[in-house]
Design a protein around this ligand. Structure first.
Ligand code: SAH
Ligand code: SF4
Length: 343
């Protein structure tokens, strides 16, 4: 099966030439996917019938079909997509008056295994291809033009670095959706060398660091990746990154009752926010099944965020979009019996 959605316009033209076709045939295929939302090769009427038949015989056009859909009263739509090999990934469409943000998955499952996150429960099955990432966006783009993309679904984007970068290139292709790089956010649990590399390769894309604890012990307890790359190494990479990139980054911080919400931790978080001129996103824990964690009360959330703000942190509380559906990372995929069907 050819991964048509992983191509920029230039790639599509190169494919056509490689196939012994005129380059404009590649452009016709690209336009059919990104502008006309063709569902199969027969929909691409501008292609000669013989070529359509050949491509149909080679395999299907779309890399995924919708397996399950949940619609929230606030307009959030969470789709579980079934990939060609039966693997399941979720993508979420979050509309507001002025924006349409898509949250995409970069891997099937996740190898990191943070204690509060459903995506890591069964480990990782495989990386998503660039086309599978692009398709998660196009899938929702048909309904309403997409304005922003966040890599905050399942998977660790820095462990699928090349495909994530290729997907960004396709999404930013002017002939397609033409997203501005500044409208894309890549979230990472913290892979120091990749963060440095990312600052070099994609200085315009927003980086979000999933910090979740400002002290090494708590972070290691919540995020196994911190045992491999402790906080001092991560912060050193963040120092290098912020030297390289003159752009506000985001720090994500899931609020877990009695774990990472002490006054001391609020003060440390505020200090780190100032160190990186970061925007701190406080996210009340969304309970996953029989989780080991509890969600904090509204009063506890307010108290913590006030301490962060009063000490110079620029913090916002993430609204609970899609609270009536399984909108937290990995939740729908887990509910549907694990990360995959039969791959
Ligand atoms: N692996 C990357 C990107 C995907 S996870 C990373 O960890 O950054 C992105 C975000 O999902 C995490 O930062 C965390 O904020 C959020 N998340 C995961 N599980 C959650 C839960 N149970 N409740 C609230 N937010 C959660
Ligand atoms: Fe993986 Fe991110 Fe979930 Fe941690 S929070 S398990 S890194 S997807």
């Amino acid at each position: 099966m050819i991964d048509f959605f992983s191509w920029t316009l230039v790639d599509a033209k190169e494919w056509a030439v490689y196939e012994g076709l005129k380059a404009f045939r590649g452009q016709q295929v690209f336009d059919a996917l990104h502008r006309n939302f063709a569902q199969n090769f027969d929909d691409i009427h501008v292609l000669p019938q013989e070529l359509r038949e050949k491509l149909t015989a080679d395999g299907q056009l779309l890399p995924a079909t919708e397996h399950t859909r949940q619609e929230s009263a606030d307009g959030t739509v969470k789709s579980l997509l079934e990939l060609h090999d039966g693997c399941l990934v979720e993508c979420v469409s979050i509309p507001t008056e002025t924006r349409h943000t898509i949250c995409v998955s970069s891997q099937v499952g996740c190898s990191v295994g943070c204690t509060f996150c459903a995506s890591g429960i069964n480990g990782v099955t495989r990386d998503c291809t660039a086309g599978e990432i692009v398709y998660q966006v196009l899938f929702h783009h048909q309904r309403r033009p997409v304005t922003n993309v966040v890599f905050m679904g399942s998977g660790e984007p820095m462990f699928n670095y090349d495909n994530v970068r290729q997907a960004i290139a396709v999404l930013c292709d002017q002939r397609g959706i033409g997203l501005g790089k500044r409208r894309i956010t890549v979230s990472t649990s913290g892979v120091p060398d990749r963060i440095r590399q990312f600052g070099h390769d994609e200085p315009q894309v927003t980086l979000a660091l999933s910090l979740h604890a400002p002290d090494n012990d708590t972070r290691s307890q919540l995020m196994p990746i911190n045992r491999r790359w402790p906080l001092t190494e991560l912060l050193s990479a963040m120092d290098d990154y912020s030297q390289l990139v003159n752009r506000r980054m985001t720090i994500e911080y899931v609020l877990l009752k009695d774990v990472n919400m002490s006054t001391e931790q609020a003060l440390q978080l505020a200090a780190l926010g100032k160190r990186y001129h970061a925007h701190i996103n406080l996210i009340p824990f969304n309970a996953v099944g029989s989780s080991a964690h509890d969600a904090p009360s509204d009063a506890e959330v307010l108290q913590f965020s006030n301490i962060v703000r009063d000490n110079g942190g620029i913090a916002t509380l993430r609204g609970q979009r899609g609270a009536d559906i399984d909108a937290a990372c990995g939740q729908l995929a887990i509910k549907k019996g694990g990360k995959k069907l039969d791959c």
